[in-house]
Write a protein that binds this ligand. Structure first.
Ligand SMILES: *Cc1c(COP(=O)(O)O)cnc(C)c1O
Length: 402
């Protein structure tokens, strides 16, 4: 029995099966069966234009042929030799990532949180060896780094602050884009500063150029590691292949996740050889660097770094932004934030989660990271005609809401 046979339109079977899922979030009562490019299809055959794309994950949209091809070829060749051995896709992906970035060594993991855990561990180990055991990491209010205990402890979300106590110690949170507070927070136990260059979950809040340049200087002056969490901003999401390029700085450690596998779970930590201080046994993971994930990520990276891919994506993102700005003017909304295919529309007094709910009914998938913000994270290869279709739908929803 295939899934589509098991789940029927308006079938009580769907409601019954939903009860077997441990409820950790509110999900609409539907079940997605298939996807193609910018569209998803549910159990009733209803089509949805997807501007969420797996939470800024599906770099090339749903079920792109290059990913299918990589999965088929690699699954015919080698699926899992185990983490104690090298495999060809692992080596190819690591060298491709290094050749396209400022880094020269890679550690692979399976989720963004796991890559960030690796970054926290690497910084702590480095501090132990080089800075008399300094282990404190400065992170930022409203920043998001994941849902393991350590990454929740690093996260600056208010709703996390009382959850699952006691937290992992060693994180100092300061206001984002506030260089003076950051400077004041540094003491001799500080080993690193960790940030998102554009805070994604907070609602697309970009770091200022002055702040990022200032952090690089503070790190150089105080011998601290600068860790950028590019789990959401990496792999072309904001225009350049990595968001740090836009700011013209070089971080000491970078983490990737989400868009790296284009929908297949894989993440990575990248650093420079001079900070590489894990010894055998210090760090690892059963599925890390597995061939299937690495082969798919390689296919995605090859596509994203191919000629004209990113310049075309930037051109279309500028078009999307201009369409959003037009809606702002039409409905007198506060404005548009973000870069590339990571954009947010401030909805002012309009209830953004209510728009998201109405959009779902109309067959448009949107996200509201805040009560007054809509977030747009489409496939990087979305075309202008699909943007037009989405903006026509959004226009109608805003007209209803004002
Ligand atoms: C999504 C996200 C994470 C967590 O990634 P998971 O794969 O969910 O563990 C970490 N940092 C940032 C910036 C993210 O957007």
């Amino acid at each position: 029995m295939t899934l589509s046979e098991a789940i029927q339109p308006n079938d009580s079977g769907l409601q019954q099966k939903i009860t077997y899922i441990l409820p950790i979030t509110t999900r609409p009562e539907l079940c997605f069966i298939s996807g193609e490019g910018n569209y998803l299809f549910d159990q009733a055959g209803k089509r949805y234009l997807d501007l969420i794309q797996g939470w800024a994950v599906n770099t090339l949209g749903h079920c792109p042929p290059v990913m299918q091809q990589a999965l088929i070829e690699q699954s015919n060749t080698l699926i899992n030799p185990g983490p104690a051995f090298y495999n060809a896709p692992m080596l190819n992906l690591a060298s491709n990532l290094c050749q396209n970035s400022a880094f020269d060594q890679v550690f692979f993991a399976n989720s963004g949180a796991e890559a960030n855990e690796g970054a926290i561990k690497l910084a702590r180990k480095w501090g132990q060896i080089n800075k008399q055991g300094a282990n404190k990491i400065i992170t930022f209010k409203h920043g998001f780094h994941g849902r393991t205990l350590a990454t929740m402890s690093a996260t600056g979300k208010d709703s996390f602050s009382q959850l699952y106590e006691p937290k992992v110690p060693g994180f100092t949170k300061v206001p984002f884009n506030d260089l003076e507070s950051t400077r004041t927070a540094i003491d001799k136990s500080t080993v690193a500063i960790m940030l998102e260059l554009i805070q994604g979950e907070a609602g697309i809040i970009p770091a200022t150029q002055k702040f990022v340049s200032g952090l690089r200087e503070l790190c150089d002056q105080n011998e601290l590691l600068l860790i950028v969490d590019e789990v959401q901003t990496g792999i072309g999401r904001t225009g350049p292949l990595f968001c740090y390029e836009y700011y013209g700085i070089e971080p000491d450690i970078m983490t990737l996740g989400k868009g790296l596998g284009g929908g297949f779970p894989i993440s990575a930590l990248l650093t420079h050889k001079k900070y590489s201080c894990f010894e055998p046994g210090d760090q690892g993971g059963t599925f890390n660097g597995n061939p299937l994930a690495c082969a798919v990520a390689n296919a995605v990276l090859t596509e994203v770094t191919s000629q004209d891919f990113l310049s075309k994506s930037v051109e279309n993102s500028v078009y999307l932004k201009s369409r959003l700005i037009r809606l702002c003017e039409k409905y007198n909304l506060p404005g548009v934030r973000g870069k590339g295919m990571l954009l947010a529309l401030s909805t002012g007094g309009i209830d953004a989660p209510a728009i998201v709910k109405r959009a779902l009914e109309d067959g448009l998938l949107l996200n509201a990271p805040r009560p007054d913000t809509l977030r747009f994270m489409p496939a990087l290869n979305i075309e202008k005609s699909v943007i037009d279709e989405a903006m026509t739908m959004l226009d109608k929803l805003l007209a209803e809401a004002v």
